[in-house]
Design a protein around this ligand. Structure first.
Ligand SMILES: Nc1ncnc2c1ncn2[C@@H]1O[C@H](COP(=O)(O)OP(=O)(O)OP(=O)(O)O)[C@@H](O)[C@H]1O
Ligand SMILES: [Mg+2]
Length: 387
C-alpha cells in the first residue's frame, strides 16, 4: 500500500432496524446435559426460559456451576457436543432473514450468526486471542469473515472499532501482539473484535471480572453507550451484584440449572421473593449501614419460614429448592424438570416454584419483560418521546 492512497470511506455493515417491541431472542424450556462417562448425565441447564429485547440488558446471576455459561454458549453452539447434548427447548432469534430456532441450525447456518449477528466475549481475553498473530490480523479476520469489504476497508473498520473501545493509537497498535497489551487493553481488543461486526446481541460472560474496578466501570459504560447507539441487546453474565445493579434492566437468577427468579432490576432488589435471591442480596455488604456480620445464603435457605412468603403461599405455592423434599401435594408433569415451574407469582415477577396442586392447570406467562431503565423517566432515564 502506498502512502498516497486516499483514506478509504468506512463502509460498515448495518443490520435492519430492529422492532423494539418484540424480543430479539427468546429461550424456551432449554435443557442441556453432559455425558458423565457412564454415570448419570450432568443436567447443566433444565427448563431455562428468558427473553431479551433490543437495547436491553438481561443480567444472569447465580453461583458457580449453575448453568449461566452453558445457557449462553448454547445459543451459538459453543457447547462441545459430545459430551454435551441439547435435550429440549427452542431458542428463537430474529435473524436478518426472519425468526429462526438457533438450536436447529446446521453448522453453516450458525457460523453466519456467530460473530456477526450474535457475538460473545469471555472472562479471560487470552483464551480468545491467539498469541502468535498480531491484534490487527485477528480483528481483520473477524471483519473479513462476515463483511464483504476489501482489506483496506476492513483495516479502517478495525481502527474505528478500536477507537470506540478507547484503545489509543490504534494504527500502531494493530501491529502489536496480544502479550504487548495490558490485561485491560486485551479485554478492550476482545470487545472491539466482538463489536466490529455490529452484533445485534452481545453475550458478555463475566466480561470484566479480571479487571480492576475503574477499567471495569469504563468498559461497562462503553457497552451501555454502544447499546443505545446500535439497539444492541446484552446478556450480561456476572457474579457481581454491584455490576447487576448498575447495568441490568432485567435480572434472571439461576440455581442448579434452573431460573429461580426473574424480574426487573428494581423489583428484584426491592422485593426479592425466592429465599435464594434474598440470601444472595443479604450476603453483600451495604455501604451505609453498619452491621456486625453478614448473613450467609445458607442461613436464609435453611430457614423453612423463608419458603412460606410467596403470594399464594396459603394456597400452597412454594419456591422450588433442590435441597428440600418436594411438598406432599406435588403434581409433577412427566419428564425432566416436571417438578418445577417458573410461575408469574405477581405481575411481571416470576419465581421458580414446585409444581404443586396450587399451580396445577395454571399456565403461567413465560418470562418476558421489555423494560429498559433508559426509557423509564421515574428512574432517571429520559422520558420516552413519541416519534
Ligand atoms: N464441557 C463440559 N463437560 C462436562 N460438564 C460441563 C461442561 N461444561 C459445563 N459443564 C457442567 O455444566 C454445569 C454448568 O456449567 P456452567 O459453565 O454453565 O456454569 P456457570 O454458571 O457459568 O459457572 P461459573 O460462574 O463458574 O462460570 C456445571 O455443572 C459444569 O460442570
Ligand atoms: Mg461460566
Amino acid at each position: 500500500m502506498t502512502t498516497s492512497t486516499p483514506p478509504q470511506p468506512v463502509s460498515r455493515k448495518t443490520h435492519r432496524r430492529l422492532d423494539e417491541s418484540s424480543p430479539l431472542i427468546r429461550v424456551d424450556d432449554l435443557a442441556v446435559s453432559f455425558d458423565n462417562r457412564g454415570g448419570p448425565r450432568i443436567q447443566a441447564v433444565d427448563g431455562v426460559r428468558m427473553a431479551i429485547y433490543p437495547r436491553q440488558t438481561l443480567a444472569v446471576v447465580g453461583e458457580s456451576g449453575c448453568g449461566k455459561s452453558v445457557s449462553a454458549m448454547s445459543m451459538l453452539h459453543l457447547v462441545p457436543r459430545p459430551p454435551g447434548r441439547f435435550d429440549r427447548g427452542k431458542i428463537t432469534f430474529q435473524t436478518d432473514d426472519g425468526p429462526r430456532d438457533l438450536l436447529t441450525m446446521n453448522e453453516r447456518e450458525i457460523r453466519r450468526v456467530r460473530g456477526n449477528e450474535i457475538a460473545m466475549i469471555f472472562q479471560e481475553p487470552m483464551s480468545s486471542l491467539n498469541p502468535v498473530y498480531t491484534i490487527g490480523d485477528q480483528i481483520l479476520e473477524a471483519i473479513l469473515l462476515h463483511q464483504k469489504v476489501s482489506r483496506s476497508e476492513a483495516q479502517a473498520i478495525a481502527i474505528q472499532a478500536m477507537k470506540e473501545v478507547g484503545i489509543p493509537q490504534p494504527e500502531q497498535r494493530l501491529k502489536a501482539y496480544p502479550h504487548q497489551f495490558s490485561g485491560g487493553m486485551r479485554q478492550r481488543v476482545m470487545i472491539s473484535m466482538a463489536l466490529a461486526c455490529q452484533p445485534k446481541l452481545l453475550l458478555a460472560d463475566e466480561p470484566t471480572t479480571a479487571l480492576d474496578v475503574t477499567i471495569q466501570a469504563q468498559i461497562l459504560e462503553l457497552l451501555r453507550s454502544l447499546q443505545a447507539e446500535r439497539q444492541m441487546a446484552i446478556m450480561l453474565i456476572t457474579h457481581a451484584l454491584g455490576v447487576v445493579a448498575e447495568n441490568a434492566d432485567v435480572v434472571a437468577v439461576m440455581y442448579a440449572g434452573r431460573i429461580v427468579e426473574y424480574a426487573t432490576v428494581f423489583e428484584l432488589f426491592d422485593n426479592p421473593m425466592h429465599p435464594y435471591t434474598r440470601g444472595l442480596l443479604r450476603s453483600i455488604p451495604a455501604t451505609r449501614t453498619k452491621v456486625n456480620r453478614l448473613v450467609t445464603i445458607r442461613e436464609v435457605v435453611d430457614d423453612e419460614s423463608q419458603f412460606r412468603k410467596l403470594p399464594g403461599a396459603e394456597a400452597g405455592v412454594r419456591p422450588w429448592w433442590p435441597w428440600h423434599k418436594p411438598p406432599a401435594d406435588l403434581t409433577p408433569h412427566a419428564g425432566p424438570a416436571g417438578d418445577y415451574y417458573l410461575q408469574e407469582v405477581k405481575k411481571n415477577h416470576w419465581v421458580g416454584v414446585w409444581r404443586t396442586k396450587a399451580v396445577e392447570g395454571h399456565e403461567s406467562r413465560a418470562p418476558d419483560l421489555d423494560y429498559r431503565i433508559a426509557d423509564d423517566p421515574t428512574k432517571g432515564g429520559p422520558p420516552v418521546t413519541p416519534s
